[in-house]
Design a binder for this molecule. Structure first.
Ligand code: FBP
Length: 552
């Protein structure tokens, strides 16, 4: 890194806060809770995780450094999509293992789980760590999406760790990566291989959370970046008064990001996929819902607005879900024929071969989306929903519906649109104070779990709506968060994904206010993340977590 920005320079000196249990170092006093179980399918989870199932929840208290603690060599992996704060997890882990014994070493496996399997790594020295403190991105060691799940991979991991003298691995990832961390922990423990495995909860999507893991890191910063941009757009819309802005927000499946950004910025419309699925809404109903808001605002002289669309929406609309499944089968069964066709021919082929009901749904979609559904496929032959421009699709369909309403005499106004997609803009932002502190604590706490000799645990730092002096550090057995789900035709143990709960406090707050936000121009302009200044500006907690905690 040759040149750094003034902010980065100032930020490098920021000392993240730690929970009191870790204030004297990572050699902690461990308080064990009662044995645990799984969220569902207990017998099956127990049978798969024979040696790691049932471990107790751990809570830490500060303790003095144990005399004669041995140095440890730890391996660390970043897994999956970027999320702000990943570098601080590594910095916290580094400082934590050094506090156990100053001769401890940290090895970073490169480009995600692949690095562990292929033995590609670098030693993380103080100089490397210092250059990345409080920075966004995963560029220190890179990340990857390879799943660690086969015995061959586990054996390669064992071999490579043994050669490097690694006695503990820390896997920083989302629900799938932490599921795989747990499988690796079970493999090592059941084969008497003395390598501990600890997970850390990462994903901007915010869907790795439960009673014990109150947030996945990166969600706070990413939502603040998007909310700043949405606020800026809201102000532009309210200044120019001539555009409706359709903004798609990242989040592969759950709508936590869209909901949090709605709570922060108070847009005129925000679609929540989980509600669409629960109410079994059709695409036409979603379009109608937006068109009604556009028409009401137009009647009040406001031909502008802001609508938030979650990235995963399309898969939550029941009719589109069925359509995608039939499309996948149809295109896979005719792969050779279809691959030789141009875009227009593919669309015609699909129209002619879908079942009558679904051909109608397909025919109702804008031409561009029809083409995307036929063309954008992943290596497994599935439609890549994240590439489908839902924001464009809805803008176009609402425009068509408004034309009909105009003809019927129920709409008078102008409808011009701008479309946006905010995703990558937020994933590598410099972590907010919340994420900088939370991530550093998660990493340091992982060192405490290693020092306490535990495996198959996720690093847990709770009570984070309060100042760091009240944070609770500990460990949660990963098996406790698991159930069995059908994946690719097989029953698999997985950490249960947290979708937006419609009876949860954040959604209820949104639902209670959305009619007012639709009618009024009640935009809130959060502005950019502040790193230096008054605590009420710099040390914010997401609305989601604040509302969730207030309801308890
Ligand atoms: P993780 O769950 O791995 O953290 O990734 C989440 C995410 O950022 C989603 O929000 C998004 O749909 C996806 O990754 C994009 O993936 P890619 O980086 O492969 O384009």
């Amino acid at each position: 890194m040759s040149q750094i920005s003034p902010l980065q320079k100032a930020r490098a000196a920021y000392a993240p806060k730690l929970p009191p249990a870790l204030a004297r170092g990572a050699a902690v006093r461990v308080i064990e809770g009662a044995p645990t179980t799984a969220v569902a399918d207990v017998d099956k989870i127990k049978a798969i995780f024979k040696t790691t199932f049932g471990s107790p929840v751990l809570t830490f208290e500060a303790a003095d450094k144990a005399a004669g603690a041995k140095p440890v060599t730890v391996g660390v992996i970043l897994s999956g999509g970027q999320a702000p704060g990943g570098h601080n997890v590594i910095a916290g882990l580094f400082d934590g293992i050094k506090s156990l014994n100053s001769d401890s070493r940290l090895i970073g496996f490169l480009k995600g789980p692949d690095g562990l399997v292929r033995d590609e790594y670098m030693e993380l020295t103080p100089a490397v760590i210092d250059a990345y403190r409080n920075t966004g991105g995963f560029d220190m060691i890179g990340s990857g999406r390879t799943k660690l799940e086969t015995d061959e991979q586990f054996e390669a991991a064992r071999r490579n760790c043994e050669v490097l003298g690694i006695s503990a691995l820390v896997i920083i990832g989302g629900d799938d990566s932490n599921t795989n961390a747990c499988m690796l922990a079970e493999y090592f423990k059941s084969h008497d291989i003395p390598i501990q495995v600890i997970g850390c909860p990462k994903t901007i999507d915010g869907d790795l959370k439960n009673e014990w893991i109150e947030a996945s890191f990166g969600f706070d910063t990413a939502c603040r970046v998007y909310s700043e941009l949405i606020g800026n757009i809201g102000r532009d819309a309210n200044s120019a008064k001539k555009y409706w802005h359709f903004i798609k927000l990242m989040g592969r499946s759950a709508s936590h990001i869209a909901l949090e950004c709605a709570l922060q910025t108070q847009p005129n419309v925000a679609i929540i996929s989980e509600e669409v699925a629960a109410k079994k809404m059709t695409l036409a109903e979603i379009v109608e819902q937006i068109a009604v808001v556009v028409a009401a605002r137009a009647a009040a002289g406001m031909n502008f607005g802001v609508a938030l669309i979650p990235e995963g929406l399309i898969e939550f609309v029941p009719e589109i879900k069925v359509l995608i499944a039939e499309l996948n089968d149809l295109l896979a069964a005719n792969a050779d024929k279809v691959n030789a066709m141009d875009k227009a021919a593919k669309v015609e082929f699909v129209k002619a071969n879908l079942s009558a009901e679904l051909a109608k749904v397909f025919g109702s979609l804008p031409a561009g989306i029809q083409a995307q559904l036929c063309n954008d496929r992943d290596p497994h032959g599935n439609v890549q929903v994240s590439l489908i421009e839902t924001e464009k699709m809805l803008a176009e369909m609402v425009g068509t519906r408004l034309k009909q309403m105009k003809a019927e005499g129920t709409y008078v106004g102008k409808f011009s649109t701008q479309v946006h997609f905010f995703g990558y803009e937020g994933r590598c932002a410099a972590p907010s104070n919340y994420d900088a502190d939370y991530c550093y604590s998660l990493g340091y706490n992982a060192a405490a779990l290693i020092g306490a000799g535990r495996t198959g645990y996720m690093s847990s730092v709770r009570n984070t709506v309060l100042p760091a002096e009240k944070w609770i550090a500990g460990g949660i057995p990963i098996t406790m968060m698991m159930n069995i789900e059908r994946r690719h035709g097989h029953d698999k143990p997985v950490i249960r994904k947290a979708l937006v709960e419609l009876d949860g406090a954040p959604f209820k707050f949104f639902a209670a206010h959305r009619a007012e936000w639709a009618k009024e121009t009640a935009y809130v302009y959060p502005g950019p993340i502040q790193y230096f200044g008054p605590t009420e500006v710099c040390d914010l907690v997401t609305k989601t977590l604040t509302l969730e905690k207030a309801a308890k």
